[in-house]
Design a protein around this ligand. Sequence first.
Ligand SMILES: [Zn+2]
Length: 189
Amino acid sequence: MIQDIFPLTIGEEAVRNERTLLARVEGGRMMDSVQSVRYIVLHCSATRCDRDYTVPQLLRDHRARGFRTIGYHFYIRRDGTLTQHRRLLEVGAHCRPFNRCSIGVCYEGGLDAHGLPADTRTPRQTERLANLFRRLLTLFPHARLVGHRDLPGTRPKHCPCLDTRGVFGYLEEESVSNYGFRDIVLRQE
Ligand SMILES: [Zn+2]
């Protein structure tokens, strides 16, 4: 089994109520409401599948770009380890001009051993992504699951180097068919 690493706060933070979701973050900007989340956006780190790209490396690179912290909300290493870097309704820095209406998820990889764009997901990353998307779609039932390259006017063009809707689009339908369950989760926790 894959271990969660805290803060994986999606359950604790997200499902209590909208007020806690919107609680301010020191130095960060918040979205306007739960309804603000229109897209869940998948990215790749655009690093080679045979090399490590650790959280500290990612943090260093994003700080070098002037971000306060890592721009994605979630990052998933090749071994399936997931870390959270922004509160759910905190505005991220991953897909201008859609940052105010999206949640960013990045998987480590996206380039093959020759440095060319490729779908380099490991089975553990796929499992972890599906699990995370399921939970996000439960909390944000009106959000659409997309790849970075599916958003108009965004760059780079390859990211996340896979057909996001083709691979994970079925999760949106699952989410719709479980509407009652979603409603209960949102109220109780
Ligand atoms: Zn991207």
